[in-house]
Design a protein around this ligand. Structure first.
Ligand code: 6PG
Length: 285
């Protein structure tokens, strides 16, 4: 095997064959969560450098939950990732539980401990959701609009949104059968009701997330495999499985799945490029 032609993307150390589920957008797979984190870090930093070059700043929105925490730790401790331009980054929170900062369930608490405390990001560029305030959604939306308003029209959107997926198909704090799923105007809203894992939440909505330049969905572990399979092959709509409402209108959607989350399955498409990116046309919304 010779050198790849120069215009071909070089897949960094491809993993052994992993059948990628037929999800909308592109699907990155890796044998382990650690290998997957390397792929995600490469994309997140490449987008950051590109945006800083183009616009002078980078608007990054991060999710909470258990899955991304080891990734955040790696991002902050691996010397390979020192290139990340934190000084030019605005850090946003995708969703927040309505609990005080010191509560274990507060997303920002963890993101602060892992990232903010260990980066040189200017305090004014860190944007926690003040979830205990009654008008938290309106305040957060105002902060987003003010901050993104410095960009020229069309570029006034989030650059990178990192999402996860619950084993019930929720993403951000967009839970099944909640009214926020039909929000078409507001960027930030509340989410509560019988399907919401307590406590009530404040969350970015589809209009904001789907306007982003790049949306990454990080899903690891065998307990998510059945839902990944259902998202890829089932007929459910976004009311049943809110993750199915994620369709960046003028941006890129990329899934990051470890082998366990892909499940023990035969390839959906035998022509798929194992371990590398695979593009599928998004299904109708
Ligand atoms: C949160 C998230 C939420 C999360 C999923 C998956 O604050 O919890 O934003 O959408 O990504 O619930 O959570 P796990 O990673 O803990 O499985």
């Amino acid at each position: 095997m010779g050198e790849p032609p120069p215009d071909e993307p070089i897949d960094l150390a491809p993993d052994s064959e992993i059948p990628a589920p037929a999800l909308p957008g592109t699907v990155m797979t890796a044998d382990t969560a650690e290998r997957l984190h390397e792929r995600l870090a490469a994309d997140l930093i490449a987008q950051a450098l590109n945006c800083v070059h183009q616009f002078g700043d980078y608007h990054l929105a991060l999710s909470g939950g258990g899955t991304p925490m080891p990734f955040y730790e790696r991002l902050m401790t691996d010397p390979n990732y020192r290139l990340m331009p934190w000084r030019r980054t605005h850090l946003w929170i995708v969703d927040e539980r309505r609990v005080p900062f010191e509560d274990e369930k507060n997303n920002y608490r963890h993101i602060h401990e892992i990232i903010v405390d260990h980066s040189d990001i200017p305090a004014a560029q860190v944007h926690p959701i003040l979830a205990m305030e009654e008008d938290a959604p309106a305040r957060y939306e105002r902060a987003l609009r003010e901050s993104l308003g410095w960009r020229e029209r069309g570029q006034d959107r989030l650059d990178f949104v990192l999402l996860g997926m619950g084993d019930n198909g929720h993403t951000a704090s967009l839970f099944p059968q909640t009214t926020v799923l039909d929000e078409r105007v507001r960027w930030v809203s509340t989410c509560e009701g019988p399907t919401v894992t307590p406590p009530p939440r404040v969350t970015m909505t589809y209009p904001l997330i789907n306007a982003a330049r790049f949306v990454g969905v990080l899903v690891t572990g065998a307990n998510k495999a059945a839902m990944i399979e259902r998202v890829a092959t089932g007929k459910d709509d976004y009311h049943a499985l809110p993750i199915k409402g994620i369709h960046p209108a003028a941006g890129e959607l990329r899934w990051y799945l470890d082998r366990a989350a892909c499940g023990d399955r035969t390839p959906v498409d035998p022509g798929a490029h194992p371990g590398g990116p695979r593009t599928k046309a998004p299904p109708a919304a």
